[in-house]
Design a protein around this ligand. Structure first.
Ligand code: G6P
Ligand code: ZN
Length: 542
């Protein structure tokens, strides 16, 4: 039954920040997905007879690739594959399943917050046995293999039924179709005080969760509506659709505008949240109070001990470099270490495995902990709900108290999307050339204290990652960071991260745009964004 199929390398299969992401049309080229899957298997050793986890966010092409993966896993010698029913597994649920089943690893099929559909995006990411994204040495090996591959192995068999729970057999390999939600919901129930949240809701606390027609719908309905008793309809857009209902499943102020407007209106519920395509990101909005992801990380870290799963306190906090320093102040007060890593959840894995950090977060709307090895949207919502149930204050009150204690890091990210790649590279090269000359010079943002290209040395294995973003630090602690996105599928995206710190005695109630205006001008001047890109304004501000 096993066939060896001759193939030729594709030269565009380098995994990015989060695995291989391409247009569906690219994945539909003959052999394209199979080449990548075989390159993953060829870069691993010791999986003979072992378990592989497979699932995705339900986007267009998910079911097709799952069939390919099943047939290739059987042909390559895996002993068992666990598949979420209907091909569904949120990214954090996949991470949990890999860990709890002792799997060798898993393939997560998703392009996260990118749109889905025949003309949109698809992705494949390999996660290792700790449940987290493969580290760079593995993704580098996969990439190298994609450039030399000449054949792949696949069994010649009909499609497997992935919609009915239970166990079947494929060329000597066991295929188990599992409930994608139950085990994950049980894990959440262990970490958080469900009775306290249920009581708060029973007493009239209202919430709204936008699943954006993506993977979290079934998880959110089970957890918020069934287990916590929120009224039906709390979960909006709760059915996963292959094209996410033509929406862009990115929980930010642009794409979750409907939720945002509702939260700012007269009939706003007490709490609003959303998650992305594959369920690892989160957006948190209180009534009339948007919480930036960087602030959310800081508040969650400062209050995590209120949840049973974190009652013993945190070992450390980790954040990506462009994420604001709000969490740093919390770590300082708690007397625990703060780790600053490059963008990408994979950099947190080693710190979590080593027990050096408990909570991690990124400005890109990701927060999570050592309960899995991915960021986790519903986890963040539940930790917020647990904190609200324990403190019995509004989101706005919690934010005001937080700033009055730690000071406030005003923060925004400006994205310039779909720039020609050579222009974006030229802009970054020109910035790099300026780095040594900048310190001591003054501009609209103030006097530059230091400027560098961020490099990270992993404290657990000493591996070094360079060129992770240009940082310009001002004398008053303000900061502008420039970086090119590693997750886009069209041209380049320039991200400019702008941050200004005001201590607890300063003005804590400014509009973010006003607080940051001088730094935004400074970023323009220093990088000549309009000159290089032709764009006067960012495409998205979050
Ligand atoms: C994915 C990763 C995150 C990362 C984000 C932004 O969601 O899982 O860890 O922060 O992409 O990446 P980008 O390279 O587009 O800024
Ligand atoms: Zn995601």
């Amino acid at each position: 039954m096993i066939q060896t199929v001759a193939t030729k390398p594709f030269n565009d299969q380098k995994p990015g920040t989060s695995g291989l992401r391409k247009k569906v049309r690219g994945f539909q080229q003959p052999h394209y997905a199979a080449n990548f899957v075989q390159s993953v298997f060829d870069s691993l050793s010791g999986f003979e007879g072992q378990t592989l986890v497979v699932g995705g966010d339900g986007r267009y092409f998910n079911r097709d690739v799952i069939q390919v993966v099943l047939k290739m896993a059987a042909a390559n010698g895996f002993g068992r594959v666990l598949v979420g029913q209907g091909g569904i597994l949120s990214t954090p649920a996949a991470s949990h399943l890999i860990r709890s089943s002792g799997a060798f690893g898993g393939l997560v099929l998703s392009a996260s917050h990118n749109p889905g559909g025949p003309d949109e995006d698809f992705g494949i990411k390999y996660n290792v046995g700790n449940g987290g994204p493969a580290p760079e040495k593995v993704t580098d090996a996969i990439h190298a293999r994609t450039l030399s591959i000449d054949s792949y192995r696949i069994v010649d068999a009909g499609d497997i039924d992935i919609d009915t729970l239970g166990t079947r057999e494929l060329a000597g390999m066991t295929v188990e179709i599992v409930d994608p939600v139950a085990a994950y919901a049980d894990l959440m129930e262990q970490l958080f005080d469900f009775p306290a949240i249920r009581e708060m809701i029973a007493e009239g606390f209202t919430l709204s969760f936008d699943a954006m027609s993506a993977v979290t719908g079934p998880y959110a309905k089970e957890i918020f509506e069934r287990r916590l008793g929120a009224q039906s309809g709390t979960v909006r857009n709760g059915t996963p659709l292959p094209d996410f209902g033509h929406h862009h499943p990115d929980p930010n102020l642009v794409h979750a505008k409907e939720l945002y407007d509702r939260m700012m209106g007269d009939a706003a519920p007490d709490f609003g949240a959303a998650s992305d395509g594959d369920g690892d990101r989160n957006l948190i909005i209180g009534r009339n109070c948007y919480v930036t992801p960087s602030d959310s990380l800081a508040v969650l870290a400062a209050n995590a001990h209120l949840a049973p799963g974190y009652a013993k306190g945190l070992k450390g906090i980790a954040r990506s470099m462009p994420t604001s320093g709000a969490a740093d102040r919390v770590a300082e007060k708690l007397g625990i270490p703060l780790y600053e890593t490059p963008t990408g959840w994979k950099f947190f894995g080693n710190l979590l495995d080593a027990g050096m950090a408990t909570i991690c977060g990124e400005e890109s709307a990701g927060t999570g902990s050592d309960h899995v090895r991915e960021k986790d949207g519903i986890w963040a919502v539940l930790l917020w709900l647990n904190i609200l149930a324990s403190r019995r204050q509004s989101v706005a009150e919690i934010m005001q108290t937080h700033w009055a204690t730690y000071g406030r890091n005003y923060y925004a990210r400006h994205d310039y999307e779909a720039i020609a790649k050579d222009r974006a590279d030229a802009l970054m090269a020109a910035l790099r050339d300026k780095l040594t000359a900048l310190p001591g010079t003054a501009n609209s943002g103030g006097t530059v204290q230091s400027a560098d290209d961020f490099a990270y040395s992993d404290p657990t294995d000493q591996s070094v990652s360079r060129n992770q973003g240009i940082r310009i630090l001002f004398e008053d602690g303000s900061r502008v960071v420039f970086r090119l996105s590693g997750t886009g599928t069209e041209g380049a995206t320039l991200r400019v991260y702008i941050e200004r710190y005001v201590d607890r005695h300063g003005k804590l109630d400014m509009e973010t745009a006003d607080a940051l205006a001088p730094l935004v001008r400074a970023a323009q001047e220093i990088a000549d964004i309009t000159g290089f890109t032709g764009m006067e304004q960012p495409s998205v501000i979050t």
